[in-house]
Design a protein around this ligand. Structure first.
Ligand SMILES: [Zn+2]
Length: 95
């Protein structure tokens, strides 16, 4: 059971509490932001990459704007605390 003193918590509830998340493959293609960087899990810092390196993740839970990514382990650990809603990935071209 994860408590509020978990080492992975440092204020994410400000922007992730009650968020709607989509489980999907990691890609930067859909991101509007012009930066091209790797993303890390918002909680444990595990890296998301498209390339096939060891110890990187290729899918996870993302916010609808694709700016925040959460790995499956942290998703499962913090879901009760953050009360996330999981939705299906929007169809291409949907608003
Ligand atoms: Zn994580």
């Amino acid at each position: 059971m994860v408590g509020s003193q978990d080492w992975r918590l440092f204020g994410q509830e400000k922007y992730l509490f009650g968020a709607t998340l989509v489980h999907r493959d990691y890609t930067r293609d859909q991101v509007v932001d012009s930066r091209w960087e790797d993303d890390h899990c918002e909680f444990c810092g595990t890296e998301f990459m498209r390339d096939n390196f060891p110890d990187v993740l290729h899918d996870g839970y993302a916010t609808l704007n694709g700016l925040h990514w959460i790995c499956t382990d942290c998703f499962n650990d913090f879901k009760p605390m953050f009360r996330w809603t999981v939705t299906e990935e929007p169809a291409p071209g949907a608003p």
